[in-house]
Design a protein. Structure first.
Length: 434
């Protein structure tokens, strides 16, 4: 991923230096495990650990790979240059390249998941704070983009919190599912390496031993991991889309913070655009882009092929780096989002009480009028608001058929905003458990 959409901590996980360090740890732990069970001499295992502080030369490994055309062999050759060829002769014994590659990849995905989980927790904290801040800030709810009934800005933040809380659970599940390793040798039979070695290496790396691998760790695990990331990306877009709508000039119920010195347009000095949330919408597409290739990686030929390899070398770093950046950016947007309660109230009253139509409809049915007739009575007055700019309550109070069922006081009462917020506390208890 390009630096513009990257943060250093996540990028570091995917650096060649980190990768080779993990490869080294896998090989060193495997030697130690083999020494523990008497398969190789202890002094050879100890010799491998002498390289624990070595900064592996990426350029040198690339130079060797240019000849060998094999990245793991290139690394092992370079490791032997540090350890000594005789001392390193038991390195990688009974193992196959996928033991190193797959176990390392899962270590990297686990570390990436830990960052993403922290990111999600920070976003949840921001959403919770803003939800409580605007718990009773009334705004109009919309369906199909059209005014529906009153809700609150607090409920808007609360529903995003609940969605992101589910995403946090998904990330934790994804982390658990991907936290396996395999040191099972060619085609996964342990013919040339003891299963105890796998168990030891995985324990040292914070992984579980894969119950059954072929020559690779099963890719349904990775498909589930990237699918979870895709859902998180979609939720980010969900929040971003709402903010983009609220910032439209005709709406202006909220907007991204516009800092001193910021410019909105090279041509139009008046512009203040929702560029951050538009950016998040695009980044969400990149995150979801990994899902289908990860799904297609599940079906490999027999015990293995490498059709998955080129995919994962791209989607591993790109997707986690992008999602990390997106979660951090959305947190910043939520924390600094400027809310305009007066505009919310003005928008709700733009159609002069029309949004209270359901209350009047229900009151008429409770007064003995059939639902069909009640609907007709309310709709004919509502259409005058749409088409003639009338005031809804005024028209109802002038309609003899409505007055035959409801008193003027009863009609007036149906325009009380408090009616629509009476269960906000109940919803907040469900969402936040408070």
């Amino acid at each position: 991923m390009i630096p513009r959409y990257s943060r250093p901590e996540m990028v570091a996980i995917w650096s060649p230096e980190t990768k080779f360090k993990i490869w080294y740890e896998i090989e060193a732990h495997a030697c130690e495990a083999m020494a523990n069970i008497g398969v190789i001499p202890r002094e050879n295992a100890d010799a491998v650990w002498k390289a624990k502080d070595v900064e592996f030369d990426v350029a040198r490994i690339d130079e060797i790979e240019a000849v060998t055309k094999h990245d793991v062999i290139a690394f092992l050759t370079h490791l032997a240059e540090h350890v000594g060829s005789d001392e390193a002769r038991f390195v990688h014994q009974g193992m196959t390249s996928s033991d190193v590659l797959d176990t390392c990849f899962n270590v990297q995905l686990v570390r990436a998941a830990d960052i993403l989980i922290t990111d999600a927790e920070k976003l949840l904290a921001a959403l919770k704070r803003r939800a409580h801040e605007h718990k009773m800030t009334v705004r109009i709810g919309r369906s199909h983009g059209i005014h529906a009934e009153p809700t609150t800005m607090g409920l808007t933040f609360a529903r995003f919190y609940a969605e992101m809380d589910r995403n946090l659970a998904r990330l934790k599940t994804a982390r658990a599912e991907i936290a396996t390793g395999a040191i099972s040798g060619a085609v996964g039979t342990f013919a040339n390496i003891d299963p105890q070695v796998e168990e030891y290496v995985c324990a040292q790396l914070g992984l579980e031993a894969e119950p059954i691998s072929t020559q690779v760790i099963p890719r349904d695990r990775h498909a589930a991991f990237f699918a979870a990331l895709g859902v998180v990306g979609s939720s980010i877009e969900n929040v971003a889309t709402e903010i983009r709508h609220m910032q439209r000039t005709e709406v202006l119920e909220a907007e991204e913070f516009f800092s001193k010195g910021q410019k909105g347009s090279s041509a139009m000095p008046h512009k203040r655009n929702p560029v951050l949330t538009e950016n998040l919408t695009g980044l969400a597409r990149l995150v979801r882009m990994a899902v289908v290739p990860a799904m297609e990686n599940v079906a490999l030929w027999h015990e293995r092929d490498i059709s998955h390899s080129s995919v994962e070398r791209n989607i591993g770093p790109d997707t986690t780096i992008t999602l990390d950046f997106a979660l951090a950016r959305l947190t910043m947007v939520v924390e600094n989002l400027v809310i305009y309660p007066d505009n919310m109230l003005a928008n709700m009253n733009k159609f002069r009480g029309l949004v209270m139509s359901q209350r009047v409809l229900l009151a008429l049915t409770q007064a003995g009028v059939s639902r069909e007739d009640s609907y007709k009575l309310v709709q004919r007055n509502a259409m005058k608001v749409w088409e003639e700019g009338k005031d809804f309550k005024t028209e109802l109070l002038a309609d003899d058929d409505v007055l035959a069922a409801l008193s003027a006081e009863e009609i007036e009462e149906k325009f009380d905003l408090g009616y629509h917020t009476k269960h906000v506390d109940t919803i907040f208890k469900r969402v936040f458990g408070e």
